[in-house]
Design a protein around this ligand. Structure first.
Ligand SMILES: Nc1ncnc2c1ncn2[C@@H]1O[C@H](COP(=O)(O)OP(=O)(O)OP(=O)(O)O)[C@@H](O)[C@H]1O
Ligand SMILES: Cc1ncsc1CCO
Ligand SMILES: [Mg+2]
Length: 509
């Protein structure tokens, strides 16, 4: 990824409608990374500037009734001009006036990215639930309203403590408002409702410098506004924002290190200066080598779960090239999870396996699809895969969970008996099968049929289940009716003449 280089080439004009406390810091931070900031305070001025802008930041930190009306006009104009909008709902957890303004912008306008701390985002999710229940009781047709518990976050004024699962909160918010959401704190979370990533880079000095959250809103607007590739809008938006979010926290780490070296301690004043210096100095390479993020699991990712290795392409001239081509086509067509299963007759070993695995991982990262490693825990650790999948005869799940507290863990299960004997509570999902006969696994057990899936579902109504073994597009509907959240596929995709068509077939369910 080269999003910082792209940003510097583009030098995006970011118009900031932001609060009185942070205007100077925001402008300096944007200049340091390579963007072009402009602060604006009235709609007459904005009408002149916005047509030339790559992004608009609306930060409600020092809102008043007049500014509230201005923000509404500004976002309306940005929507007309198709300029992306980042909203920072500063302190909306602390006051109803602010909250109503943020809520109106989110519900009645198009916001490209919402960025707030945990307290602010939790308050907005809560407010949306209340709005929905109010509408549901007013409307006789909406009788099936489900109320979901919102994360409890303590919050006072403009700062907030963190939340245990920032990814889950971001996901909840992304689903509630249909908006890409970034939740910041000791760990940051980003979600579009389907994909969720947590970023653990950063420095504990960040909350001691006022406006680091506010600058982040403008900073992410610059990354979004620098978007050059229009290939897949959603993918671009998500990965450009994730890269910007990570770059920001990496700069914080670099700043803390510089303070250590220069002063043998890290204090807010020098940290603020060194943070600006780090933004100026940093490159995509710094993000690449220091990024510390993990994808979090959600059951929708099991929808179309493609598994393969080079051994599944052994009848082609070059099985590695054929595998990479097939995997990229499948990713492009929309598979929701990928597992590398480099195993059995004809599979790669040693350095060749590592090098192939890295190429596959890069492809998965490009499409923001979880990259899961089958069996090989050491390689999963070396590559920092998003997750691992283990069978009943592999390392025991309690050891795997200890080793990888943050990774997605899948466990194979063949029957309700095996379910009862396994510590499934340590797994994120279980793979159940083989449903039908399969040629992809030499030592496969007897097929359990869709009824076998139902038998496991009957003993656990909640656990995410992916069915596996000889599944085709034609049998997917039945399998899902028997309780599976999705299907794992090997041969139906690796042997397909038209990979995209088959993947899209699986995606219909
Ligand atoms: N305890 C922490 N450790 C590391 N990084 C942190 C911590 N708290 C916040 N951050 C980082 O600080 C930045 C700002 O996030 P924060 O949640 O403090 O925003 P905020 O409360 O909106 O700030 P402000 O309103 O003062 O601008 C983010 O990049 C976040 O990752
Ligand atoms: C301190 C403060 N008060 C209103 S906005 C702001 C900046 C941090 O969000
Ligand atoms: Mg803030």
């Amino acid at each position: 990824m080269t999003y910082i280089a792209a940003l510097r080439r583009k030098n995006p004009l970011v118009i900031c409608l932001t609060n009185d406390v942070v205007k100077n810091f925001t402008a300096n931070g944007l200049l340091a990374i390579g963007a072009s900031p402009a602060m604006s305070s009235c709609i007459e001025d904005l009408r002149d500037l916005l047509p030339y802008a790559q992004a608009l930041l609306v930060n409600i930190g020092t809102v008043n009734p007049e500014l509230g009306a201005f923000y509404k006009q500004a976002v309306t104009l940005a929507n007309e001009l198709a300029v992306p909008v980042v909203l920072d709902p500063v302190a909306c957890s602390a006051g109803a006036f602010r909250r109503e303004i943020a809520l109106d912008l989110l519900v009645n306008h198009k916001i490209t990215l919402l960025r707030g701390n945990a307290g602010e985002i939790a308050a907005l999710v809560q407010a949306k639930h209340e709005l929905d229940s109010k509408n549901a009781t007013e409307s006789i047709t909406s009788v099936n309203h489900k109320s979901e518990k919102v994360a409890e976050v303590s919050s006072k004024g403009v700062d907030s403590a963190g939340v245990a699962k920032p990814g889950a909160l971001a996901e909840q918010c992304a689903k509630a408002f249909q908006v890409l959401t970034v939740v910041t704190g000791p760990v940051d979370g980003i979600s579009n409702g389907l994909k969720t990533v947590e970023v653990t880079n950063g420095s504990a000095m960040m909350p001691l410098v006022v406006g680091t959250g506010c600058l982040l809103g403008g900073f992410l607007a610059a990354f979004i506004g620098s978007k050059e590739l229009q290939r897949l809008e959603e993918y671009d938006l998500f990965s450009a924002t994730l890269w910007g979010l990570t770059a920001y926290s990496v700069a914080a780490e670099m700043a803390a290190e510089t303070c250590e070296n220069l002063y043998q301690r890290v204090e807010p004043g020098s940290f603020q200066i060194e943070f600006l210096n780090a933004l100026y100095r940093m490159s995509d390479e710094d993000v690449k080598t220091r990024k510390n993020w993990h994808m979090t699991f959600n059951r929708e990712q099991l929808g179309v779960y493609f598994i393969c290795g080079t051994q599944d392409f052994k009848e082609t001239d070059n099985s590695e090239t054929a595998a990479l081509r097939c995997i990229e086509m499948a990713l492009q067509a929309g598979i929701t999870m990928f597992q590398l299963r480099e195993k059995g007759v004809g599979s790669l070993k040693g350095a060749a396996k590592v090098s192939f695995a890295k190429k596959v991982q890069e492809l998965c990262e490009t499409y923001q699809v979880p990259f899961i490693m089958n069996d090989d825990m050491d390689l999963a650790e070396e590559l920092d895969a998003d997750g691992v999948h283990i069978g009943q005869d592999d390392d025991p799940i309690e050891l795997v969970r200890q080793r990888f507290p943050n990774k997605i863990i899948g466990l194979s299960i063949h029957s309700p008996e095996e379910y009862a004997d396994s510590q499934v509570e340590l797994a994120d999902y279980i793979g159940v099968g083989p449903v039908y006969g399969t040629q992809s696994k030499g030592d496969a057990k007897a097929p359990i049929g869709p009824e076998g899936i139902q038998a496991v579902r009957n003993v656990d109504a909640e656990i995410p289940i992916v069915a596996i073994g000889g599944i085709t597009v034609e049998t997917t509907a039945t399998i899902r009716e028997h309780g599976a959240d999705g299907v794992s596929i090997i041969s139906a995709i690796t042997k397909a003449n038209d990979v995209a068509k088959v993947v899209k077939g699986f995606k219909k369910f």
